[in-house]
Design a protein around this ligand. Structure first.
Ligand SMILES: [Zn+2]
Length: 300
């Protein structure tokens, strides 16, 4: 039998030529066999078959070309950039609904001074993600995408998605303005909390038993000190400048802002985003308010 290199080649999966499945019966022993042969056309396939089984006479009972396998399952169409954007940002705008300075003050009254920041922080994350999806849409959308939706009915989902994506920047800016408007309104409001019916009233700072100043964590009592942290100004590299009201036993209280190593490079706070600046400004404002209040404990 002349099974040659050609037959090996015929079964090479990297061979791009068409493949033929040939069923044949030999006259010699009437056995039926099937062989798969790769060739440019039927004639070449038959020629290769003859080479494969030798000069034995045979009858071909069927020969058919294989259906190419790769395109058998058409790849799912890539979703249009507008649809990708809409899916990724679903529900984003709703997160900013009802956000005002008053809504932050209400949160503060009910849940305490951290509540407004807790409400804002995830929204800043949403804004950052939203901007990324907008950038991605801008980078991937093509004129062809626009042309595709032009011919569609107004209420076709693809056209609806297109409208949402192409006006996405407006929606983003509106949400961003809502965050900043509410935060600034709340931050600079001097009236403190708003009246909430049946809500618990904010409690005045109490001085714990055995302490001389409010807010003392009692950590330094063993050294005869009452220490209350008023604020902390954060800098890069995890460094910070705490501001403390300290009341030593038998001495007048004092306020101190200090750093362990004031000449170190890490005593530097770089703010690249609006969120950074808002956070640092809040630390300054909170610390300033606390220092003002604590001044009452100092010598005149
Ligand atoms: Zn104390």
């Amino acid at each position: 039998m002349r099974t040659t290199a050609r037959i090996d080649h015929c079964t090479d999966s990297r061979d791009a030529r068409p493949a033929f499945g040939i069923t044949y019966r030999r006259y010699v022993d009437t056995s039926s066999s099937h062989v798969r042969i790769q060739a440019d056309n039927i004639d070449h396939a038959m020629q290769a078959l003859t080479e494969y089984i030798g000069n034995t006479q045979y009858a071909v009972t069927s020969i058919r070309q294989e259906v190419p396998q790769v395109p058998a399952v058409a790849p799912a169409a890539e979703p249009a950039p507008a649809e990708v954007y809409v899916k990724a940002t679903a529900g984003y705008a709703a997160r900013f609904e009802g956000l005002t300075g008053d809504s932050l003050r209400a949160l503060e009254t009910i849940h305490g001074s951290e509540a407004p920041t807790d409400r804002i922080t995830p929204l800043l994350d949403t804004l950052a993600a939203w901007k990324q999806h907008l950038d991605r849409f801008e980078a991937t959308v093509t004129d062809a995408d626009e042309k595709t939706v032009e011919g569609l009915p107004e209420d076709d989902p693809r056209r609806v998605a297109w409208r949402a994506a192409s006006t996405g920047m407006d929606a983003f800016l509106k949400a961003q303005a809502a965050v900043h408007g509410a935060y600034v309104d709340w931050s600079f409001d001097l009236t403190g909390t708003v009246e909430i019916n049946d809500g618990p009233l904010p409690t005045a700072p109490v001085i714990a038993d055995g302490c001389r100043i409010p807010g003392c964590d009692q950590h330094w009592h063993s050294d005869g000190l009452c220490v209350a942290q008023l604020g902390e100004l954060p800098f890069d590299e995890g460094s910070s400048v705490p501001i403390e009201l300290t009341s030593p036993e038998d001495e007048a209280p004092y306020i101190v802002a200090y750093a362990f190593d004031p000449v170190a490079l890490n005593m530097r706070r770089q703010m690249n985003t609006q969120a950074d600046a808002v956070a640092f400004a809040k630390a300054l404002r909170d610390a300033a308010d606390a220092v003002d209040e604590a001044a009452a404990h100092l010598a005149a």
